[in-house]
Ligand binder design. Structure first.
Ligand code: MRU
Length: 351
């Protein structure tokens, strides 16, 4: 496996160490964070982004912030941890992994309290739990890579949108995982990366990490997906996801649903790859999910370059909803799920 740039490092135990992705592709700068406001800001501003990486950062965030609480009183400590957890949960609304990871840390605290653990023991348990979440994420990427590769053939043209690679996770990612697995197996994929307006995760991040790993990647503007499909350059679309609802609707980066609709028109399979923790059976359909609305300036004044008059309004939803009818298969670390999604996703949780 080629070296993939990590979004999160786990080598400073008292700090959350993240790569500042807002500086890519020009600079690789790691930030060491241990204040809740800084961790919140890093998630909000997309210094760390991608559903799994947001969850992992929040988990380590709880640990490093809790580590700084100076009390031996378990009740007072728990109250403060709850405040940290609730605060970090307000950083971004759409990726379910954020809430999943925060709840998992809170469940661990409750178990420790029930077992009579001291504050020092709970702090230790928090480190264990966040390291376990990170480790599981790395294993998840390898499993998704293996299952995803079963759907692909050597020499295929693949299209991806946004960044669902190592930079969105702690391992080899989700949508990019089969690309890395295929590279190891000599599959020689031709990969197209939508640049992903307005924040350019495809151009700045996906193309960057694939290129650095030595894979064949070509950036296209979002509005070129139709012509590359029509020209027969794309054999499969692979995307990540921030949430999959009980009926199989997929919430992912703005622009994903348009790619899915095009794929259907051109007869190209549309695969969604994400961890089990991205499936939200408590939410019935995509329309029930809060879609993050971001600053209008990201459109009219992106990266400090004014491209629309300041006086002109801009609407900036960060995610969209791909109806399950466009999804050929959902690939998780537990295997490949096909329609009907309502039944088959529910079955995954019964196994
Ligand atoms: O706004 P972002 O960059 O956090 O959006 C990321 C995506 O939409 C990814 O496709 C998704 O989180 C899956 S990452 C494995």
């Amino acid at each position: 496996m080629k070296t993939i740039i990590p979004a999160i490092l786990n080598d400073a135990k008292d700090k959350l160490v993240i790569l500042d992705q807002t500086l890519l592709p020009e600079e690789e700068v790691f930030l060491e964070l241990d204040k809740r406001e800084d961790i919140w800001e890093a998630i909000k501003k997309l210094r760390v982004r991608g559903a799994p990486a947001i969850g992992i950062s929040a988990a380590f965030g709880v640990y490093v912030c809790a580590n700084n609480i100076e009390t031996d009183d378990v009740a007072a400590f728990s109250k403060e941890v709850k405040a940290i957890k609730d605060y970090l949960a307000t950083s971004r609304p759409t990726a379910v992994n954020l809430f999943w990871a925060l709840d998992r840390m809170w469940d661990r605290l409750e178990k420790e309290v029930e077992a009579g653990s001291s504050v020092a023991e709970i702090k230790k348990a928090f480190l264990e739990e966040s390291e376990e979440i990170l480790r599981e994420d790395q294993e998840m990427g390898l499993a998704i890579g293996k299952y995803g590769l079963e759907l692909l053939k050597p020499g295929m043209g693949l299209l991806t949108h946004c960044n669902a690679g190592g930079l969105a996770c702690s391992g080899i990612g989700t949508a990019l995982a089969p690309m890395y697995a295929g590279d190891d197996a000599g599959y020689d994929f031709k990969i197209y990366a939508d640049e992903t307006r307005p924040l350019l995760q495809g151009a700045r991040l996906t193309a960057y990490e694939l290129y650095k790993a030595g894979l064949d990647v070509t950036v296209i503007c979002d509005n070129m997906a139709s012509i590359v499909m029509r020209q027969g350059k794309i054999d499969a679309v692979l995307v990540g996801t921030d949430r999959i609802t009980a009926n199989g609707d997929v919430i992912n980066k703005i622009g994903t649903s348009g790619v899915a609709i095009l794929a259907k028109e051109y007869g190209v399979p549309f695969y969604v790859l994400g961890p089990y923790s991205t499936i939200d059976l408590n939410t019935a359909t995509g329309d029930d999910v809060e879609i993050e609305l971001r600053d209008a300036d990201e459109i009219g004044n992106g990266f400090g370059k004014r491209t629309a008059l300041a006086e002109v309004k801009a609407y900036n939803p960060a995610f969209d909803i791909t109806d399950h009818k466009y999804v050929t298969a959902i690939i998780t670390e537990k295997g490949i799920v096909r329609p009907p999604y309502k039944e088959n996703l529910a079955k995954l949780f019964q196994e």
